[in-house]
Structure formats: C-alpha cells, structure tokens
Ligand binder design. Structure first.
Ligand code: ACO
Length: 312
C-alpha cells in the first residue's frame, strides 16, 4: 500500500520569548486567564527573523539529523498562511538557501492550521507517482505580523515557529488519511494584502465547537479505515491550538490522557507549524521509536481538517 514514513525532523523558534505576563503588559489580560482558558504559558515572536529563515533552520536540522543527501530531496512544500512575500514562495527561498536541486517543485500550500497535513498528503501523492526518494515538508509561520496587539481575544493565542520533516515512501497497511474542508469564511479569517488590515479575526466559540466535533470524527474515521481501536495507537498529535480543545476530545475516547501529546504551553498556537514542532519534540524525547503508530490531526480556518495515521 502506498504510504509515507517520517525519516527525520527539525524545529526552529525565533529568539523572543513572550510570557503571559509579558502579554498582560500589552493588553488587558492575565496569566491566570490565558493559562486556564488555553493552557498556553508562553510563545515565541519574531524580532527581525523572517518566516523563510525559520523554515530554513528547521529544514537544515531535519536534513542533518537524517544524514540526508540534499540531492535526493525531490520536492519542497511549505505549509504557511503567513509567507514573507506573495511571491516568491517560502519554499523557493528554502530551496535556494539550502542549495537544493533545481529540477524539483518548490511551492507553498495554505490550508491554515491543517496545512502541514495537507502538505504531507500532497507529498505522498507526488513521491508515489515519481522516482523521487525524499520530500521536504515544512510548516512555518510568522503569525505575530498578523496579530492585532490590541485584540486580547486573539493576540494571546498565537506564536511563531517552524517544524520540518523529511519523508520517504513506505509500504505498510498502517496508513490512512482523511482530508476535508467546508468553505466556512466567517468564524476565522485573516484578510490579505489588498485589505485594510491583515489581522486575524476569530469567533472563538464557533472554532471551539468545530474543533471538538471534527477532530473526534477524523480520529474515528482513521481507526475505521485501518481496522484499529484507539488502544492500537501509541500517540495522537492534534494541532496545538488549545489545551481545553484537546481535553474535550480526550473525553470522547476511552484512553489514557497522555496518549494525546500537548506542548502548546511552550509555543502557543503556531498554526501549520504546531504538528511538526510537536513531532520533532517527541522524536527528541524518544517517544516515536520505529514501529510506533501515531495519528496526527489538524483543523483550521476554511474550515479545513486533516488526519493521518502513520507508522514511524
Ligand atoms: N484576557 C482576559 N479576558 C479575555 C481575553 C484575554 N486574553 N480574551 C477574551 N477575554 C474576555 C472576553 O472579552 C469576554 O469578556 P466579556 O464576558 O466581558 O465580554 C470573556 O473573556 C469571555 O470571552 P469568551 O470568548 O466567551 O471566552 P471563552 O471562554 O470562550 O474563551 C477562547 C475564549 C479561549 C478563545 C475559546 O473560545 C477557545 O478556546 N476557542 C477555540 C478557538 C481557538 O483556540 N482558536 C485558536 C486559533 S484557531 C485554530 O487554530 C484553528
């Protein structure tokens, strides 16, 4: 069966750490409010760093850790909703900076917080229909430039960062994907370059409801497709938007809480970067040894959603 495997991962964060107390000096909020509503304790904001620089750093680490020959990288896909330029894409800047081959496709993909999973799915299709050995898939965001620092409803939730994965083809029955979108344009929106402002606007309660219903359905569909139960899964890695969302999802399943990995306390919501950052941390902690089975689930603006069951 056509499938993919993660070969190696990397992550990059900008230098400026913003704690909840730091945020409370900018807007009328508190560590108590943010922690209890979201689980977020701190986030990183760019302070001169560009999106593409974070993408390059995360990719370089993934390539080094996997001891990858860069001439065997057959495509670069960067999932992002916050590119530095309308064009060239972040992916082309990564290609140039890393000195990758020039007979490959390098492009960005925007599916908001689901972007990394859409990108993995696209990479799987291209890998399996080409002779290429590796794909470089990156989730990279500079969300701080899209935040209205006077809007406490949104500015405390997000952070900047990047996560990268080198992936290759795999042959296993332990693989399934579920991808979707429904065209919602009101609950979560970030205006584009021609608009008056480019700030994120969110109806938090609508997003919450969408997330808790969709993620549970995606997990169940992946389990059905592979004839597994939640007990067969070593870890579930959800998009790291909000601890309360993930805790509500955990209640829908008969399993131990730590099966669902959480790290938003350190990074906030990094959109398309949240899942690859989490995966990289998990490899570093030795949680994802060869043979482990994981589920990754993303959800985001659009509304978009995506899930992937994968063997490490
Ligand atoms: N600090 C203090 N008070 C705040 C803050 C803040 N940072 N933000 C909002 N409030 C206030 C509101 O003004 C409101 O005050 P009011 O009652 O006087 O009007 C009060 O807190 C309650 O606001 P609610 O919106 O009802 O707060 P809620 O309990 O729903 O929590 C939250 C808000 C955390 C955003 C919640 O709706 C949520 O978790 N939504 C999920 C959305 C999410 O996580 N989005 C992330 C990005 S989207 C994505 O990744 C797909």
């Amino acid at each position: 069966m056509s499938a993919i495997r993660i070969v190696s991962t990397g992550r990059a964060l900008p230098g400026k750490v913003m704690t909840n107390d730091d945020m409370s000096k900018i807007v009328d909020t508190s560590d108590e409010w943010i922690s209890s509503r979201t689980g977020i304790k701190q986030r990183y904001f760019c302070d001169g760093e560009m999106n593409w620089q974070l993408a390059v750093e995360s990719a370089r680490k993934a390539i080094e850790k996997g001891d990858i020959d860069i001439n065997e990288i057959g495509m670069v896909i960067v999932a992002t909703f916050s590119p530095d330029y309308a064009f060239p894409s972040v992916a082309c800047l990564v290609q140039k900076e890393l000195g990758l081959r020039n007979d490959i496709m390098a492009f960005d993909l925007n599916a908001a917080c689901t972007g990394f999973l859409y990108a993995l799915n696209v990479a799987e299709g291209i890998l399996n229909s080409s002779g290429e050995k590796y794909a470089l898939v990156i989730g990279s965001e500079q969300i701080s430039t899209r935040l209205n620092m006077e809007d406490r409803n949104t500015c405390v939730l997000f952070g900047d960062g990047a996560g990268a994965a080198v992936i290759e083809k795999n042959v296993t029955a332990n693989y399934a994907t579920v991808m979707g979108s429904d065209g919602n344009t009101t609950a979560l929106i970030c205006p584009g370059q021609a608009m008056e402002n480019q700030y994120i606007d969110m109806d938090g309660k609508k997003v919450f409801k969408f997330a808790v219903s969709t993620v549970g359905n995606v997990i169940n569909e992946l389990l059905e497709k592979t004839d597994k139960t939640i007990q067969d899964i070593d870890y579930v890695i959800c998009h790291q938007a909000n601890e309360r969302i993930i805790k509500t999802i955990i209640k829908q399943f008969d399993c131990e809480t730590d099966k669902f990995y959480m790290n938003m306390s350190q990074y906030g919501n990094t959109s398309a970067a949240s899942i690859p950052i989490a995966i990289d941390e998990m490899y570093e902690k030795g949680l994802l040894a060869k043979g482990k089975t994981i589920i990754m689930v993303g959800f985001g603006a659009g509304f978009t959603w995506g899930g992937m069951l994968l063997e490490c």
